[in-house]
Design a protein around this ligand. Structure first.
Ligand SMILES: Nc1nc2c(c(=O)[nH]1)N(C=O)[C@@H](CNc1ccc(C(=O)N[C@@H](CCC(=O)O)C(=O)O)cc1)CN2
Ligand SMILES: Nc1ncnc2c1ncn2[C@@H]1O[C@H](COP(=O)(O)OP(=O)(O)OP(=O)(O)O)[C@@H](O)[C@H]1O
Length: 220
């Protein structure tokens, strides 16, 4: 796991979180739909190029990049679609495979999550080989700011502890990029951040296939 520190306090995070929530919510809905489609195209291409067989995504919430088109594309391709369920008591995420939108229900925080009665729970050890993560803000080096639950950081720690490796990609709109996300020691960097405009590669050591996808992107 790659870690970065440039601001040991969480104060900067809190202020930026509020600012970026407002900013993202104010983006025009039609533009967001068009941009989301482009981000999904890019992510789909990357999943194909890297041969990902078990991608983990998220069900879009509020004004996030809408992953719906990508999820449906994966279903059509016959790939498993893994989504997390939040356990607020422990701030852990449990993974489920979903086969249709009917297998979701409102979970903690009102985010749509796998319904344990319908979705198929992944066994311990059935880890994703690609993680597409949401966020409030990202920087071009893979720094990520979430809602502050520490859910994705903890999940990544569990994967690391289990020796599971995956390419981590943040999905965002260009408007969500900031010069530098204030990072704390537990914050792991994304291997890449994909927007409607480009792919930004994280710190050295990021998955080589992502670098390849980036080169092809810049030629297009
Ligand atoms: N679609 C989606 N799913 C996701 C995330 C996400 O960002 N997007 N998460 C990303 O990690 C996790 C959920 N993270 C969350 C963490 C905290 C709060 C939350 O408590 N929000 C309150 C503030 C409450 C407080 O500060 O005590 C709020 O928004 O009003 C919400 C979501 C897992 N699933
Ligand atoms: N691996 C971890 N183990 C224990 N506590 C953690 C871990 N990761 C994060 N935390 C704690 O969780 C809280 C929120 O972390 P942080 O601000 O990084 O969340 P975030 O990345 O914005 O949230 P999310 O991943 O839910 O979107 C912090 O108080 C942090 O100390």
């Amino acid at each position: 796991m790659k870690q970065a520190t440039n601001d040991p306090s969480s104060e900067g995070k809190r202020a930026l979180r509020q600012e970026m929530r407002t900013l993202r919510d104010r983006l025009d809905a039609a533009s967001r739909d068009a941009w989301s489609a482009r981000v999904c195209d890019r992510a789909a291409r990357w999943l194909t190029e890297t041969g990902a067989a078990r991608p983990m995504l998220y069900a879009p919430w509020r004004s996030e990049v809408d992953t719906g088109p990508l999820i449906e594309r994966l279903w059509r391709a016959g790939l498993p679609v893994l989504l997390p369920r939040c356990e607020p008591a422990t701030r852990a995420m449990t993974l489920y495979r979903i086969r249709s939108w009917d297998e979701l229900m409102p979970g903690a925080y009102g985010i749509r999550e796998p319904d344990p009665r319908r979705a198929t729970r992944c066994e311990e050890g059935e880890w994703p080989d690609a993680v597409l993560a949401p966020g409030l803000a990202f920087d071009r080096d893979g720094g990520r700011l979430g809602y502050g639950g520490g859910y994705y950081d903890r999940f990544r720690e569990r994967m690391d502890a289990a020796g599971a490796d995956a390419g981590w990609v943040g999905l965002a709109f260009e408007a969500q990029l900031v010069a530098r996300v204030p990072l704390q020691p537990h914050d792991a960097a994304m291997d890449a951040v994909m927007t409607e405009r480009a792919v930004y590669i994280g710190p050295p050591g990021g998955a080589a296939p992502i670098a390849k996808a980036h080169e092809e992107e810049s030629e297009a």
